[in-house]
Design a protein around this ligand. Structure first.
Ligand code: NAD
Length: 446
């Protein structure tokens, strides 16, 4: 494909003006890709590099994290024994601003997963035009097997180990799978105690009582709903009355399901790692939320029928929202997807092969780097508020979030139409181009 200019010719930021010296080049081999999410992320980057006509040197730079920290996290357990966990912090890119990205506690965390997640954060922050780079952290631990006291000790030790590379102007953490606002409060406290004064801007997604932002807890989910609405509107479909299935009932999926229901959609199925439930007329979200609060899972909710995660992905619905783990829509499951729209609440839920099958079958995919960007947008608002020590109202936050999401969607959709590419290809091209441009303008040191 011929290289794509992302701006009109009058615009001083056109690709070719902004990236002088990076004339379109012949296709070149992509940097080494492993399996799993990193190979998906690298293949996506290679596609964007081709579309933009960036050269091999820029490609290699964008494929390689600026900095990786590997740490050992020893824990003294409540019973007095000790156990050691692996921890990571990857700063994929910091050309547009400090690193920004979540902290994940999950047994399958490894360095390649963290690299992929950090890279997606870079594009995501650029797509919604935040002054951040991309980063991610993780500890290979199953939080369900540890007491609150143990998780606090793990968090404080991990924070201490990576402290040299984080900070409100260096790299700002937020919750991800297996971590929450309490985890962020421990990170902030550990960092602040070590510096000798309170530094709320080192993390976002904190409790309100210690400088968290109104609206942060539901921001990712609200962003998912805004981008769903935008995609449905373009296709002339009303969200009210549409049917929705949500995989994952955690911080993203549970709020998304509730907000979808509040918007008049029928949430016909939800699931978590233990299984799922369905009701053809729409689940009673209030009763379901109470059931989850009591039992810890959607499974066993008596006003619905059981359904497996695989069956949920194959439901005939208007909107399917994968909001759990990576790689669930792959070359096998994608063939069975009968939803008209897939809106990616999770990071990397669709593999490259899965994506190709969805495209062939006419399924419109709103990609993760756009669909779930609401969380980092309100994280940015939280950071701005912390830095100014001045707090905005919930309605100011909600309006600004909605505006950012709709304007990012409009940019992506316009490029997708103009170039006749998918929303994912268009989103990645915008994100990658903005980062490449920042690299080029800053120049190479020394
Ligand atoms: P969470 O830990 O709060 O919830 C995860 C949910 O997924 C739980 O309901 C869990 O039971 C379920 N789950 C785990 N493994 C599963 C499996 N194999 N099959 C089905 N369900 C499974 O995590 P979260 O913060 O809601 O994050 C979910 C996804 O959204 C992740 O990909 C994360 O990176 C992404 N994300 C989160 C945020 C945020 O603000 N929390 C922002 C952007 C993207």
């Amino acid at each position: 494909m011929a290289p794509v200019a992302l701006h009109t010719p009058e615009d001083p930021l056109s690709t070719h003006d902004a990236v002088p010296g990076h004339a379109p080049s012949a296709p070149h081999p992509a940097p080494e890709a492993s399996s799993g999410p990193l190979s998906t992320a690298l293949a996506q980057l290679a596609g964007a590099v081709d579309m933009l006509g960036l050269d091999a040197g820029v490609h290699e730079m964008l494929a390689t994290p600026r900095r990786e920290v590997h740490v050992a996290v020893p824990l003294r357990r409540d019973d007095g024994s000790t156990v050691l966990f692996r921890g990571y912090r990857v700063q994929h890119n910091v050309s547009r601003g400090p690193g920004k990205g979540g902290l994940r506690y999950h047994p399958s965390v490894d360095i390649d997963e963290v690299r992929a997640l950090a890279m997606w954060m870079t594009w995501k922050c650029a797509i919604v035009d935040l002054p951040y780079g991309g980063a991610k952290g993780g500890v290979t631990i199953d939080p369900r097997e540890h007491s609150t006291a143990e998780l606090e000790r793990v968090t404080r030790r991990y924070t201490t180990e990576i402290k040299p590379v984080i900070g409100p102007s260096r790299d700002i953490m937020a919750p991800d799978m297996g971590t929450d606002e309490q985890t962020m409060a421990w990170v902030m406290d550990t960092y602040s105690v070590s510096e000798g004064y309170t530094i709320p801007g080192v993390v976002t997604g904190k409790p309100i009582a210690v400088g968290g932002s109104l609206g942060r807890a539901t921001a990712t989910s609200r962003g998912v709903v805004h981008s769903t609405k935008a995609a449905l509107n373009e296709a002339g479909v009303d969200l009210a009355g549409a049917s929705v299935a949500v995989q994952g009932f955690g911080k993203v999926g549970a709020h998304a399901a509730t907000i979808f229901a509040q918007e008049g959609a029928h949430v016909v199925a939800v699931s978590d790692q233990y299984g799922g439930v369905r009701h053809p007329d729409g689940l009673d979200m209030e009763a379901l939320t109470a059931h989850v609060a009591e039992t810890g899972s959607v499974v066993g909710f008596d006003r619905a029928d059981p359904i497996s995660n695989t069956e949920l992905l194959a439901l005939e619905v208007d909107v399917l929202v994968p909001a759990a783990v990576e790689g669930v829509i792959d070359e096998t499951t994608a063939r069975d997807v009968r939803a008209r729209f897939v809106v990616e609440g999770a990071n990397g839920p669709t593999t490259g092969a899965g994506d190709a099958i969805l495209a062939k079958n006419g399924v419109i995919v709103v990609p993760d780097v756009l669909a779930n960007a609401g969380g980092v947008v309100v994280s940015y608002f939280e950071w701005v508020q912390a830095n100014q020590a001045y707090w905005w109202t919930e309605s100011e936050i909600a309006e600004r979030l909605e505006h950012r999401m709709h304007s990012a969607y409009a940019d992506v959709s316009a490029l997708a139409r103009r170039e006749d590419v998918s929303l994912r290809d268009a989103a990645l091209a915008i994100g990658v181009q903005r980062v490449a441009e920042a690299h080029e303008i800053r120049g190479l040191y020394p």
